[in-house]
Write a protein that binds this ligand. Structure first.
Ligand code: IPE
Ligand code: IPE
Ligand code: MG
Length: 248
């Protein structure tokens, strides 16, 4: 599993002692994948959902503890009604399939983002899936839906302000650890590695707080074309970087 052949046909080995515990992925490029094939956008999103299933399994096989994937941003509502509806229908399908096979799986599914803006039936599916999988001991799959890093921070700041107003905290008692308790990612370690597909080299409002010292890996591959080999390539890159955290 830890052995792979890269795009230049070199045989490489991942260091099992230095695997990231948490990998985050900006799954980008579904639209371009569909356009290249003269298919409707929804076909690209469908192919992307299939890739997510494959890559989750690869991450499990590699012993990754947390996988956080960006599925729908707070800005993605700006897209056409048709595209948003297509994505939401695929989400319903994905969640339903997951609920049906959740028993067999040892994955804990957790949603980050402001789910209150999603349709009621999707919110119910989310509650059901989180409930069904909350005691699972394998990998945690965190799916970002209607997620924005700024929105997450704003929601956290509002809650902190309430707790300060209620007298639970003095303002000077709020440190990084306290603030983290108000984030959607509380109790999840920061990702060591963030991958973005499709050649775009930006963060697009993903995990702004959590990626302060994360290693970034960008690939030209469009998300539906992303493979286990590409995941290993990104981990290999990560393992060959020197992380300094501001020190010497
Ligand atoms: C990512 O693919 C999926 C979502 C943002 C929902 P895109 O739909 O952004 O694909 P491109 O960037 O248009 O190729
Ligand atoms: C980021 O991709 C959001 C997701 C992958 C869900 P976008 O395609 O929305 O980002 P921009 O618009 O290229 O920055
Ligand atoms: Mg995009």
């Amino acid at each position: 599993m830890f052995h792979f052949v890269n795009n230049n046909k070199q045989e490489l080995q991942l260091n099992e002692q230095n695997m990231p515990k948490h990998i985050a992925i900006i799954m980008d490029g579904n639209g371009r994948w569909a356009a290249k094939r003269a298919l409707p956008k929804k076909a690209g999103h469908r192919a992307g959902a299939k890739t997510l299933e494959n890559i989750s399994q690869s991450a499990i096989d590699l012993g990754i503890e947390h996988l956080t994937v960006y599925a729908f941003s707070t800005e993605n509502w700006k897209r056409s009604d048709e595209e948003v509806k297509g994505i939401m229908d695929l989400l319903r399908e994905y969640l339903k399939n997951y609920i049906d096979r959740a028993k067999k799986d040892n994955v804990r599914v957790h949603i980050i983002g402001d789910v209150t803006r999603l349709d009621e039936d999707i919110q119910q599916q989310i509650v059901e899936l989180e409930q069904l999988t909350k005691h699972k001991t394998g990998m945690s799959l965190h799916i970002a839906l209607n997620y924005g890093g700024r929105d997450e921070l704003l929601r956290a700041i509002r809650k902190v302000s309430e707790d300060v107003a209620n007298g639970k905290y003095q303002p000077e008692e709020i440190g990084e650890e306290q603030l983290e308790q108000y984030l959607d990612t509380k109790e999840i370690p920061d990702p060591e590695l963030l991958i973005r597909t499709s050649g775009e080299e930006r963060i697009s409002n993903f995990l702004l707080w959590q990626i302060a010292y994360t290693e970034l890996s960008f690939t030209e591959k469009l998300w539906p074309d992303f493979t286990e080999q590409d995941l290993k390539q990104a981990i290999y890159q990560y393992q060959n970087r020197e992380r300094r955290f501001g020190g010497r």
